[in-house]
Design a protein around this ligand. Structure first.
Ligand SMILES: Nc1nc2c(c(=O)[nH]1)N[C@H]1C(S)=C(S)[C@@H](COP(=O)(O)O)O[C@H]1N2
Ligand SMILES: [Mo]
Length: 217
């Protein structure tokens, strides 16, 4: 094994193959985003809702983070240099209530994905505006996408528009349609059938709670 191969072996999770070209994976078509109407919103279990316009969002301090991408369809793309707003930077402006344990990420056009709060505020998670020095292309989520490198890439919502803070962790779009609630590529957490009993109970209970709240409204 060469040094390069040894290095790679540590970075490619089981069942993954390297790709050099970045594939586009979207459920549906790339939405047209009007920056004059674009906002990013934090709502749910927060002391006060916050909303940024595109202009306001551009004024937030940025970070650069290099990370690997692992898609559940078995491709991995290494050494992506992302530039954007760190989640903890954004949350300096949001007082999240202590009951919040999870976040429903809302994205255009009608895409959602769920994360435990602690995974969203991880060191390497950000709202990315640039990839390898260039503005994110529309097909890859431009103007702004979430990047959560430690989880399969469907959790990294393209065209992200809001975080909804919750005291339960309900499944998002793919999680409702056969994919794993947690999605750690190193554990190969691909499908909902692989979830632990505790996770399946959490999933069912969260949905029950949300339905009950809907009824009480
Ligand atoms: N809004 C939105 N975000 C999304 C998706 C989508 O269909 N809509 N697809 C997800 C999936 S399944 C993957 S693998 C990655 C793909 O990102 P890419 O097209 O930039 O490779 O985006 C994720 N984020
Ligand atoms: Mo995916």
């Amino acid at each position: 094994m060469t040094e390069r191969e040894r290095d790679l072996a540590h970075r490619i999770p089981p069942g993954q193959r390297l790709t050099e070209k970045w594939p586009v994976l979207t459920y549906g078509a790339t939405p047209r985003i009007d920056l004059r109407k674009w906002t990013f919103r934090c709502f749910g279990l927060v002391e006060q809702e916050s909303t940024w316009t595109w202009e306001e969002f551009l004024k937030l301090p940025r970070v650069e983070i290099t990370s690997d991408v692992h898609c559940v369809t078995h491709w991995s793309l290494l050494d992506n240099r992302w530039e954007g707003v760190h989640i903890r930077e954004l949350l300096k402006h949001v007082r999240v209530k202590p009951e919040a344990i999870a976040v429903m990420v809302h994205a255009d056009p009608d895409y959602t994905t769920n994360l435990a709060l602690e995974e969203l505020v991880d060191d390497d998670a950000l709202l990315a505006l640039k990839h390898n020095g260039r503005d994110l292309e529309p097909d890859h989520g431009g103007p702004c996408r979430l990047v959560v490198p430690k989880l399969y890439f469907w959790k990294s919502a393209k065209w992200v528009r809001a975080f909804e803070f919750l005291d339960v962790n309900p499944p998002g779009f793919w999680e409702e349609n056969g994919y794993h609630m947690h999605a750690d590529p190193w554990q190969e957490e691909r499908f909902s059938g692989q979830e632990t009993r505790a996770m399946q109970q959490m999933r069912a209970e969260a949905l029950r709670t949300l339905r009950q709240r809907e009824r009480l409204k």
